[in-house]
Design a binder for this molecule. Structure first.
Ligand code: NAD
Ligand code: TYD
Length: 352
């Protein structure tokens, strides 16, 4: 038995693959296009591990996906592959439509052909797990209840709209073709191997480099932070115990304003690696122009996954932020490699 993972060289996918194999579970076939966000260095700890087969390819290549399904006969396909950065989707939405919508459609078509060709017992055991985001639900007012699975979709960015479209396709393939699907909608993740275009690794990287710490608008936008290892454990739990066709929201009950998140990271850095000039990292904080259409608040109601599946997060931001800062301090070479070249062009475009 194997599982097929897409996007397993990215941030969450790589953590998932590493945790899965560390737990001694089935071998993984890992299909990833290696865009700017995909990085084989994230998987360097698996070098020589015959339980990890990496295939460079595009989820839009239906023939390739069909071939991998026929060859490896996985018991599940877990789809992490996506364009995932809101700011990039605002500058250039095309890739988001292509990978997040067309790519998910091609995967669903490949799986539809596959489950039509396997035995009833294999079909009953097969799962297509689609990894999605809470951003499909839109933005909350301060007094609104947290997002439950029944919340109406109101995506506001090209990124969240493309993920919403992919979720709808997954739902429709279950309803129409009885495809054995599961969907998860998770809040903001942080942890090892996150590309430093997203808030938390960007702040750590800029702080250590002596650069400004850019805070969009008034910094009072709220995100519900979850440690990536907790997201991965939730996906494993949904894969094993989720009910077919159901949606599960995943979150950490950790709502924080961006300004408070940045201040927490600065305080951890002050302790872990004080600035040479004796000043505080918080002095590098800089308010910059807000993101167009910026969602004000996300919050997850994680009751369904807790009650039905028994999953709960194990980290709080206080423990998880500390672990994450330590990881970035210990992995300076990884940061140097991913922030060379095209990363610089992105930073110039976005922040100047
Ligand atoms: P990421 O951008 O770090 O990684 C995406 C990976 O997908 C990369 O390895 C990239 O090379 C690969 N990829 C992109 N296009 C591809 C294609 N056409 N074919 C094959 N591979 C392709 O993203 P992430 O943060 O790891 O997010 C993974 C998934 O989790 C995404 O679906 C995202 O929407 C979802 N999600 C992310 C967060 C978060 O906070 N990062 C939260 C909730 C949900
Ligand atoms: P981000 O990590 O891009 O995730 P998302 O947009 O998917 O929530 O951003 C998290 C929050 O941090 C979001 O409210 C935007 C804000 N932000 C900044 O204030 N400054 C930055 O430089 C970045 C990248 C994000």
């Amino acid at each position: 038995m194997t599982i097929l993972v897409t996007g397993g060289a990215g941030f969450i996918g790589a953590n998932f693959v590493i945790d899965w194999l560390a737990a001694g579970l089935e071998p993984i076939v890992n299909l990833d296009k290696l865009t700017y966000a995909g990085n084989l260095e994230n998987l360097s700890s698996l070098k020589g591990n015959s339980s990890h087969v990496f295939v460079r390819g595009d989820i839009c290549d239906q023939g390739l996906v069909e071939k991998l399904l026929a060859e490896h006969k996985p018991r599940a396909l877990i789809n992490f592959a996506a364009e995932s950065h809101v700011d990039r989707s605002i500058h250039a939405p095309e890739d988001f439509i292509q990978t997040n919508i067309i790519g998910t459609f091609r995967l669903l078509e490949a799986v539809r052909a596959h489950v039509g060709a396997i035995s009833d017992a294999e079909k009953a055991a097969f799962r297509f797990l689609h990894v999605s985001t809470d951003e499909v639900y839109g933005s909350l007012l301060p007094t609104d209840p947290a997002f439950a699975e029944t919340k109406r979709y109101e995506p506001n960015s090209p990124y969240s709209a493309s993920k919403a479209a992919s979720d709808h396709l997954v739902r429709a393939y279950h309803h129409t073709y009885h495809l054995p699907v599961l969907t998860t909608n998770c809040s903001n993740n942080y942890g090892p191997y996150q590309f430093p275009e997203k808030l938390i690794p960007l702040i750590i990287h800029n702080a250590l480099a002596g650069k400004p710490l850019p805070i969009y608008g008034d910094g009072q936008q709220i995100r519900d932070w979850l440690y990536v290892g907790d997201h991965c454990s939730a996906i494993r739990a949904v894969l094993e115990r989720g009910r077919l066709g159901e949606v599960y929201n995943i979150g950490g009950n950790n709502e924080r304003a961006n300004l408070d998140t940045v201040k927490s990271l600065c305080a951890i850095l002050d302790g872990a690696k004080p600035r040479a000039d004796g000043k505080k990292y918080a002095e590098q904080m800089t308010f910059v122009k807000d993101r167009p259409g910026h969602d004000r608040r996300y919050a997850i109601d994680a009751c369904k996954i807790a009650n039905e599946i028994g999953w709960r997060p194990s980290e709080t931001p206080d423990s998880g932020f500390g672990k994450t800062v330590k990881w970035y301090l210990d992995n300076d070479a990884w940061v140097k490699n991913v922030t060379s070249g095209t990363y610089r062009a992105w930073v110039t475009k976005q922040y100047q």
